[in-house]
Design a protein around this ligand. Structure first.
Ligand SMILES: [Zn+2]
Length: 196
């Protein structure tokens, strides 16, 4: 629905006229289209009609005439004067902004999944890849689990209990880090699948 249609649908012409200082008695008022000595214009909820000059139209045409502006400008003015522009936007967010929100949510879900998987891998490494004897060299993942597991678990918490701002900040600042984790997690599998 266009702003023009929304304005027409939501506004009552008599209330609009009154708001702009046009007084009427039983809906009758002096015509704003011709030099009217007796009130010959009738205001209805959705249109006006003048018994003197036959002028007739809707709330945007009425407002356009009243302020000497175009009907498109009148629709804008009515929307802003009666707070309809805002409603128009909140009730019907554009498809583009909806897609942006969905895209953000999907990226956050993926980041959370990558972090969880990586923590899972490091928890496994800390117990199962721990050296069995003093002479056995340390596995790189075992070392990483000692250095970073708690830190990465803290990152997971941002997605579980953090605010939207904290999540967005993390996503913006740690993009390379997340891609690196993803590469380490899934790249070997993909390569294995390709070979098989
Ligand atoms: Zn008239």
């Amino acid at each position: 629905m266009s702003l023009y249609e929304t304005v027409k649908e939501q506004l009552d012409l008599r209330s609009v006229a009154e708001h702009y200082g046009i007084n009427s008695r039983n809906g009758m008022t002096a015509c704003i289209f011709h030099d009217d000595r007796s009130p010959s214009m009738k205001l209805y909820a959705d249109h006006y009609y003048c018994f003197g000059c036959s002028a007739c139209g809707d709330v945007t045409a009425f407002t356009a005439r009243l302020f000497g502006i175009s009907q498109a400008e009148a629709a804008q003015k009515l929307a802003s004067d009666f707070g309809i522009a805002e409603l128009h936007n909140t009730v019907k967010p554009s498809i583009k902004s909806q897609l942006t929100i969905i895209g953000e949510r999907q990226r956050e879900q993926e980041a959370f999944r990558v972090l969880c998987d990586y923590c899972h891998l490091l928890r496994f490494a800390r117990t199962e890849l721990a050296p069995k004897s003093e002479s056995e060299p340390f596995h790189p993942l075992f070392i990483e689990s000692l250095q970073h597991l708690e830190e990465y678990e803290f990152y997971c918490d941002i997605f579980i209990s953090g605010s939207k701002e904290e999540r967005t900040k993390f996503m913006n600042e740690r993009r390379n880090f997340l891609n690196e984790l993803k590469r380490k997690l899934y790249a070997p599998l993909e390569r294995a699948e390709t070979i098989a």
